[in-house]
Design a protein around this ligand. Structure first.
Ligand code: 13P
Ligand code: SF4
Length: 337
């Protein structure tokens, strides 16, 4: 194994074109470390008939080096549902891998590190949802996809940050229970007439941003566009020029081509997006998601070599969770119809 992980002339040839794309965000001195892993992972991926889905928060050497599909939580769920490969490797956090299993139950879903959690998914249990339903009988439960399968199984419909408002409004009720992200729920409540019952969960990465920090960016960098993820606190979103999911933020940069932009979200996003938009200057605040950063090239290689770690779910639980996820995935089709 060790000689395959050396930066040989053959590895260089196999990865030069990949490096050319990301040279602005990956220092040249680091490349001989990443390149042998990238070459090996891409070869093994083909041998195993595996597909790699990577979230927008993965580091550039994963995002641009080995991923077949990249995207936000909604995009990854859609890709997972369509995936035809024998193995679906999710480079993201555990709830994303669980969602892949829920929508494509017959496939083997792997995650390179089982410890890749999420503070939002940890904020609520299925039992909490059962108690809420008893307290608010008949009020539909809208659950952020950043939750365990147990919680999804108790919910009427899931949402992501890309479609939360649309999902809440689609239910046609005066009131909804929105779980578990208090800030996303608050943002939804501000943009609908629906009464939103909130839960006190938060993202440990986005809750650290402050409105004062954003005002400083504006003062220090005149003309800067501030774009923020809706998991941020309300005073942060109030300062933002645009609020959207991780893929929504990428689309914004693509459409508007701002001269300077700050993406108020996890660190790696700006690096990944900067590769695609060399004319845009990215101001880079750095709040790392420690869970996303559990996924590394060595962990992905190990995952493909040993076919670990498999994400499994009880079939009955998965079926109940599927109802809530599928209702979300169906929504745009229903709207278009
Ligand atoms: P997106 O669905 O916007 O990619 O968000 C997922 C996430 O975990 C953000 O912290
Ligand atoms: Fe969870 Fe926040 Fe990390 Fe996203 S950034 S995976 S919401 S802890």
């Amino acid at each position: 194994m060790s000689d395959t992980l050396t930066y040989t002339p053959a590895v260089k040839r196999a990865t030069d074109a990949i490096y050319a794309r990301m040279r602005r965000v990956v220092p040249e001195i680091e490349w001989p470390v990443h390149a042998p892993y990238i070459a090996r992972i891409n070869a093994l991926k083909a041998e195993r008939n595996a597909v790699i889905l990577a979230h927008n928060y993965q580091t550039p050497e994963i995002f641009h080096g080995v991923a077949d599909y990249t995207g936000d939580s909604l995009g990854l769920a859609q890709q997972a549902k369509e995936a035809d490969a024998d193995f679906i490797v999710v480079c993201g956090v555990h709830f994303m891998a669980e969602t892949a299993k829920i929508v494509n139950f017959d496939k083997t879903v792997l995650i390179p590190d089982l410890r890749a959690g999420c503070s939002l998914a940890d904020a609520i249990t299925g039992e909490d949802v059962r108690q809420l339903k008893a307290r608010y009988p008949g009020v539909p439960v809208v659950t952020y996809v950043n939750t365990t399968a147990d919680v999804k199984a108790e919910s009427d419909v899931c949402c992501t940050s890309a479609n939360a408002i649309q999902i809440v409004e689609s239910l046609g009720t005066d009131r909804v229970i929105f779980l578990p992200d208090e800030y996303l729920g608050h943002y939804v409540a501000q943009h609908t007439d629906v009464d939103v019952i909130l839960w006190k969960g938060s993202c440990e990465v986005h809750e650290r941003f402050t409105g004062a920090e954003l005002r400083r960016y504006r003062e220090q960098t005149p003309g800067i566009e501030i774009i923020a993820h809706p998991e941020c606190p309300p005073d942060v979103l109030a300062e933002a020029d645009f609020v959207g999911s991780t893929s929504g933020m990428i689309d914004f940069v693509d459409r508007q081509r701002p001269e300077r932009v700050v993406m108020v979200t996890e660190c790696s996003m700006s690096d990944n997006v900067a590769v695609e938009f060399p004319d845009v200057e990215f101001v880079r605040p750095c709040n790392l998601c420690p869970h996303m950063k559990r996924i590394t090239l060595p962990a992905i290689l190990n995952c493909l070599e040993k076919l670990e770690f498999e994400v499994t779910l009880d079939a009955d639980l998965a079926k109940r969770a599927y109802g809530a996820v599928q209702r979300m995935l169906d929504l745009p089709k229903r709207k278009a119809a």
